[in-house]
Design a binder for this molecule. Sequence first.
Ligand SMILES: NC(=O)c1ccc[n+]([C@@H]2O[C@H](COP(=O)([O-])OP(=O)(O)OC[C@H]3O[C@@H](n4cnc5c(N)ncnc54)[C@H](OP(=O)(O)O)[C@@H]3O)[C@@H](O)[C@H]2O)c1
Length: 440
Amino acid sequence: MTTRIGIGLLGLGTVGGGVAEILQTPDGRHPLVADLDLVRVAVRDLDRPRPVSLDPAVLTTDPEAVVDDPAVQVVVEVMGGLEPARTLIMRAIAAGKSVVTANKAVIARHGEEIAAAAAAAGVYVLIEAAVGGGIPIIEPLKQSLGGNRIERVSGIINGTTNYILSRMAQEGADYAEVLRQAQELGYAEADPAADVDGLDAADKIAILAGLAFGGPIPRSGIPTAGISSLQGRDVDYATQLDYSVKLLAVAERMDGAGRDGSSHALPLAVRVQPTLVPLDHPLAGVHGVNNAILVEGDPIGRVMFYGPGAGAGPTASAVVADILNIAGIRQLDDADGNLDPLLAASSWRQCHLVDSGAIRQRNYLRFQTEDAPGVIGQIGTCFGQHGVSIQSIVQFDASDAGAEIVVITHEVSNGNLEQALAAITAQAEVRGIAAHLGCL
Ligand SMILES: NC(=O)c1ccc[n+]([C@@H]2O[C@H](COP(=O)([O-])OP(=O)(O)OC[C@H]3O[C@@H](n4cnc5c(N)ncnc54)[C@H](OP(=O)(O)O)[C@@H]3O)[C@@H](O)[C@H]2O)c1
């Protein structure tokens, strides 16, 4: 026996339109899709043309009416923004309704509160579309990779910045020009700050790290650098040195703490920054608006998830997968009201972010200096005195106007690096640090 399931949609924009289209065309999809009824849809503007045709009686400008409608069993929040989205999600949970959301901003900031409320109410809040658009990464972290001890999650999780960086590398173009074209093509928002300043990627890595390592991550503590001050010449130098520049989000455990089940919080290094990726690394081949997430764990080794990180169809694919997971459980004859612990994915330990000075990584640095003999030696000496080992040091663009010296370090703590940089910039021949990026 099948039970029809009433879906209430909060938002009928890019993602909501894609969801409605899947629900209206069940042919050839999983049979459960045909059991989903789109019963109410909230929008802001009733007169706006929509990509799908709906009975006008289904549409409302009152999102609370959608949540409260007794015919709605699953609430799908695809309106975006922090409020009223957060309050509507909490209202649905309080009414005993499971929620599917694509809203990374809400989940990264209020995920703990929402998860606690959902657990208490015995409902699910599923978020597959919140990270990586159409790429299945949330459910694999919660379920398929559950037997692993995760060591690191890293990835390209913002398509807008990856598009801009790919074009800068291919065409030697400047950031501002590529951003303008990306806006014209609809790949970048009119206000691109959340993407280009790394904030969207920080929301997403907070969510991924929370699932991978089992505890909530304080979103506001994530060191975040975007690409808005990246210069074309660093992309060019990186290419000459056989690297690709990517906006990488990384979350990794810092040592073995927590492995023995001790009560100490697991120390994690989480960051977002433009990073040089060796051309033979799997993430270097991810171009344009695509996303990719590399998960490293024991015993699986490395596994990479790759695909379209945004867009109506891909994101709706992830939203509908979540709806189907909930629908599948509701269809079980023996459903007893207990939550499936893998699907519900409650946190199971504490994590804490290490101070940024303790984060260890390789670095790319570009110094502007006088074109004088001995400068490279001085820089090398300062690094050596502070325990920073250099992988390569190259002089570019020597002219009357000065020289550019590019250094790639071996792995070093940020604290040691900062001391070395203070000593280097105190040298008379060193004019300044023109760029500082991460390096894999
Ligand atoms: N776009 C993507 O590729 C993508 C990918 C992954 C995740 N997401 C996430 O998915 C969510 C939705 O994104 P989107 O691109 O689909 O946004 P969008 O195109 O701007 O659509 C938002 C929809 O929500 C409606 N809405 C907004 N505020 C409302 C309110 N207060 N009351 C009633 N309706 C309201 C809008 O109504 P009107 O149409 O009448 O204005 C619109 O239909 C966001 O959280 C976003 O971060 C998007």
